[in-house]
Design a protein around this ligand. Structure first.
Ligand code: PEP
Length: 254
């Protein structure tokens, strides 16, 4: 499989933004704008409480609905958590895992992610695993060490033949929400490295694996990033909150 045969994915991470009413307004504005975006997979990742409404409103459209997190256990005494089965029951298509904000503010560990990724796959949810280095790590020359650690640890329990079903989002932490987007060279180099890490386990699966770029993607920089040979789409934060901006990024991925 070559870059041309991996369908690009544009996923919008809403974080803790939008009430149900706001989400409805957004989706009504988005759907007509992406209805002709053939050859691009589109997903939104709203807060949990918006999931059922977004699933209803997007039914029959090209837009899929992902959660922003889940627990690895099937059920249990884990106050405030949500399981893969609960997400599946309402019809959710996939789940973001290991976003840097979860790692930084909520203590999300590689050990937990090692359990979460295969649980999501087994449940039939499409996982998007987020990885990326801090500014200090990049300055120290530790970007590859950090990516190697996260990719190897977090995918350790994924069977080889399922590796290609995991989407990986390379998100340099210094680029998230800062307006400081990675240069095309930085993005391509890191994403090719992530793919090479998957290839260490299976070259075939690495060719199937979609690796996204995330970090201050906007309509103005999306085309250049999406044209890079190893970049298979984008995980978009701020610009995914506005239907017009998000649709413009989807269009750039065509
Ligand atoms: C994100 O939240 O994953 C993200 C990339 O945010 P932003 O696009 O705002 O940098």
């Amino acid at each position: 499989m070559s870059p041309g045969t991996r369908t690009p994915l544009i996923a919008g991470n809403w974080k803790m933004y939008k009430t149900v009413a706001e989400a409805e307004e957004f989706i009504q504005a988005l759907l007509p704008r992406v209805s002709t975006a053939d050859g691009v997979d589109v997903a939104i990742c709203p807060p949990y409480l918006c999931l059922p409404a977004m699933l209803d409103s997007t039914r029959g459209s090209r837009v899929e609905v992902y959660a922003q997190n889940m627990h690895y256990a099937e059920a249990g005494a884990f106050t405030g958590e949500v399981s893969a089965q609960m997400l599946l029951e309402v019809g959710v298509h996939g789940v973001l895992l290991g976003h840097s904000e979860r790692r930084e503010y909520f203590g999300e560990s590689d050990r937990a992610l090692q359990l979460k990724v295969p649980v999501a796959l087994d449940a039939g949810l499409r996982p998007i695993l987020c990885v990326g280095e801090t500014e200090e790590e990049r300055e120290r020359g530790d970007t590859e060490r950090k990516l190697r650690h996260q990719v190897q640890e977090d995918l350790a329990k994924v069977p080889v033949d399922r590796l290609g079903d995991v989407v990986i989002a390379y998100e340099p932490i210094w680029a998230i929400g800062t307006g400081q987007v990675a240069t095309p060279d930085q993005a391509q180099e890191a994403i090719a490295f992530v793919r090479a890490l998957v290839a260490d386990r299976s070259r075939e699966e690495a060719e199937r694996t979609r690796v996204l770029y995330g970090g201050s993607v906007k309509p103005e920089n999306a085309s250049e990033l999406m044209a890079l040979p190893d970049v298979d789409g984008a995980l978009v934060g701020g610009a995914s909150l506005d239907a017009e901006s998000f649709a413009a990024i989807v269009a750039a991925a065509r």
